[in-house]
Design a protein around this ligand. Structure first.
Ligand code: B12
Length: 135
């Protein structure tokens, strides 16, 4: 049987908007992924640690409170510090277009803004996840 893709849906910092994260978590679950949700108000270190402990294939960060340019690069650094360089990192939420290039340069694979189509998110994730089992 094919192994399920494991996704960590994460909320960082003081951002209390959790609807989008829950919508994304449900969409992944309905599509057959294994989903772990961090809950609100997590520090980048805690999310990186959870990604290691849960051995996830995807870290999916939802950000709506404007701290994406600080907290997402910090999370990516924390992942690198733990030797994690093969997970697919996705971001979504209220992220201005002009901030997207900086996030991509840090290693985010794609940013999905408000109104993003859930099927497209699922398809993108499936196509771009780098399964360790396959390498
Ligand atoms: C509902 C809401 C709230 C609710 C949140 C309830 C909850 N439990 O989530 C409440 C009332 C609590 C709230 C509070 C605040 N809010 Co508010 N809120 C909103 C609002 C109106 C809608 C957000 C929402 O739920 N959308 C529905 C979900 C389903 O959509 P979504 O999250 O965008 O998700 C979609 C995509 O973005 C994407 N996606 C999202 N995350 C991810 C992650 C991944 C990995 C992927 C692939 C895709 C993805 O997929 C989803 C489906 O398409 C937005 C305005 C807006 N238009 O976005 C403001 C907004 C986000 N809030 C804002 C603000 C300023 C605040 C407050 C600071 C207000 C205040 N002065 O108190 C507080 C902050 C509280 C805090 N500590 O964070 C600003 C943020 C501005 C910014 N980023 O700089 C916004 C943009 C309003 C505005 N135009 O000013 N808010």
């Amino acid at each position: 049987m094919e192994e399920k893709i494991r996704v960590l849906v994460a909320k960082l910092g003081l951002d209390a908007h959790d609807r989008g994260a829950k919508v994304i978590a449900r969409a992944y679950r309905d599509a057959g992924f294994e989903v772990i949700y961090t809950g609100l108000f997590q520090r980048p270190e805690a999310v990186a640690e959870a990604a290691v402990q849960e051995d996830v294939d995807v870290v999916a960060v939802s950000s709506l409170a404007g701290a994406h340019l600080t907290l997402i690069p910090e999370l990516i650094q924390q992942l690198r510090d733990r030797g994690v360089d093969d997970v697919l990192i996705l971001a979504g939420g209220v992220i201005p277009e002009e901030d997207v290039p900086a996030l991509l340069a840090h290693g985010v694979a794609r940013v999905f803004g408000p109104g993003s189509d859930l099927d497209e998110i699922i398809a993108f994730t499936r196509e771009n996840v780098r399964r360790r089992a396959w390498s």
